[in-house]
Write a protein that binds this ligand. Structure first.
Ligand SMILES: *Cc1c(COP(=O)(O)O)cnc(C)c1O
Length: 494
């Protein structure tokens, strides 16, 4: 027993990292944090001389101390194996005078793979202690569903059920999900919107009668939400590893500070950069890049977080978020562990939709974090100029970060732009940004045209989808989602 994590809203009732990963969210609604963060620094010299796997083991060993080195070695080998189409896992490549950290070489071509290839491994080890079987239930607007399916497919003791809104995901996204192999996966289209799916999943988690029936079969429901420490911890690895790559390229000397610019939605990715800084990585700045849903830009500028605003549907949909859940962890650390403050801010958010952070805490946050925004027009312009001037093809999420990075005055540090999805995952918007009229073209026609126009190749994981067999054709009304989960549990856990 190593009680390492407690809630952002209370210092009591600590749990081990395995328990934190199995539970996901703390019982009082807070997020799990550790006061030991930063007590143990990673040895930078060693990090610079080793590969992604070794660094992943070091990072996870520090953040999840009740896993044994052998357990973590197995998890790392399984999560970052041949399913990645780059030997480096997350390679750093030149982006003009800056650098691009490519996080999209995993099985689903989006950065969620870094965490969602690892989380199922961590869960599988953690649940081995108590023997229960876990059914992951997720609602998706497109990207997370496939990453969860791929990560949990064939993982011992786990199943995964994904709901997506019928007719409201792209051709490629739908095919990615409905062609998923694995005896423990279930996929269902829902007649409704993403919010309908999400709302019903929340109700399913709160359904006591359902929970009791499942418990009778030894099954518990869980989520693969991005607030789980098992998703956050793996993301710290690529900040250290990117730094090591820059050292090996002689772009920086060990100890030099580096700036990272991060396209941000739920604040998980950029928070992992903050963890890396606390764990000893020389980080000058973390730049929070937002799309038209710029609640974080306003927050970092004014100290007021106000979600009472219009929601914008943009061409960088994975960042279309008004409540960035993981920000709660930053508030905890920046206030020096003031649970009472965090709890009262979160109560304000729930009751009034707005909270104001004390100046001292904002000063601490601003000493590391900078920010900027890009609307869709700026995003398209960044895709086009990056291709025409630098010969680098980027997706709309990455383009938001590129635009924001370009607007920030250079400060002499090397700068890394995080690239969170393959441009081919968003072929139609990328093609349109490059000036092609895409009216009437489906996802694969856009993919072909983008290859032709740029002379680059679509990742095999995406181009092969057109030949894939549809294995999941269930469709239901919102009211039937609970029954679908129950029958999936019966099928997966015989
Ligand atoms: C999820 C996602 C993001 C945002 O990451 P957060 O951790 O939610 O801030 C950015 N880009 C892509 C492609 C994503 O899928």
């Amino acid at each position: 027993m190593n009680p390492f994590y407690h809630s952002t809203r209370s210092g009591e009732n600590s749990v081990t990292s395995k328990q934190a990963i199995l539970t996901g969210i703390a019982p009082d609604g807070g997020l799990f944090v550790s006061d030991a963060l930063g007590e143990k620094k990673l040895p930078l010299e060693a990090v610079c001389g080793q590969g992604f796997h070794e660094t992943a083991r070091m990072v996870l060993g520090t953040l999840l101390p009740d896993y044994t080195p052998d357990e973590l070695a197995d998890c790392v080998a399984a999560a970052y194996g041949p399913q990645w189409d780059s030997e480096a896992v997350c390679p750093v490549t030149p982006l003009g005078t800056d650098w691009l950290l490519e996080l999209y070489h995993g099985p689903t071509c989006a950065f969620k793979d870094v965490a969602l290839q690892m989380l199922p491994q961590l869960m599988s080890v953690a649940r081995a202690g108590d023997g229960r079987q876990i059914m992951i239930v997720t609602a998706t607007s497109g990207d997370t569903g496939k990453a969860a399916l791929d990560g949990f497919s064939e993982v011992e003791g786990c199943g995964v059920t994904v709901f997506y809104p019928a007719g409201k995901v792209s051709d490629v996204q739908r095919l990615q999900m409905v062609t998923q192999l694995g005896g423990n996966v279930a996929v269902c289209a829902v007649r409704g919107t993403f919010d309908d799916c999400q709302g019903e999943v929340k109700r399913i988690f709160a359904d006591r009668a359902l929970a009791e029936r499942l418990e009778g079969r030894g099954v518990v429901l869980s989520s693969a939400n991005s607030i789980n420490v098992g998703r956050l911890a793996p993301q710290v690895t690529y900040y250290f590893d990117a730094y090591a790559q820059l050292v090996r390229r002689h772009a920086v000397r060990p100890g030099d500070e580096v700036t990272f610019c991060v396209p941000t939605g739920n604040f998980g990715d950029v928070l992992a950069g903050y963890f890396a800084k606390r764990m000893g990585l020389p980080v000058r700045r973390l730049v929070v890049a937002s799309n038209a849903n710029d609640v974080l830009t306003d927050f970092l500028t004014t100290g007021i977080y106000d979600r009472r605003r219009d929601f914008h549907k943009t061409i960088s949909p994975s960042m279309d978020i008004l409540v960035s859940s993981n920000l709660e962890r930053l508030l905890y650390y920046a206030s020096d562990g003031d649970c009472e403050l965090v709890a009262s801010l979160m109560a304000d958010l729930a009751e009034k939709g707005v909270y104001t952070v004390p100046d001292a805490v904002m000063d601490e946050i601003r000493s590391t974090f900078a920010c900027g925004r890009a609307d869709d027009a700026a995003t398209r312009a960044a895709i086009r100029s990056t291709w025409e001037e630098l010969d680098v093809l980027i997706d709309p999420h990455t383009a938001v970060a590129k635009h924001v990075l370009d607007a920030i005055p250079a400060d002499g540090t090397e700068r890394v732009c995080l690239s969170t999805a393959s441009p081919y995952k968003f072929s139609s918007d990328v093609l349109a940004a490059l000036g092609t009229v895409t009216d009437g073209m489906n996802g694969f026609a856009c993919m072909d045209a983008l290859e032709h126009l740029t002379g680059t190749a679509a990742p095999r994981q995406l181009s092969e989808l057109r030949a894939g067999t549809v294995l999941h054709d269930d469709e239901c009304d919102r009211e039937r989602m609970g029954a679908f989960v129950e029958s999936a549990c019966a099928r997966v856990f015989l």
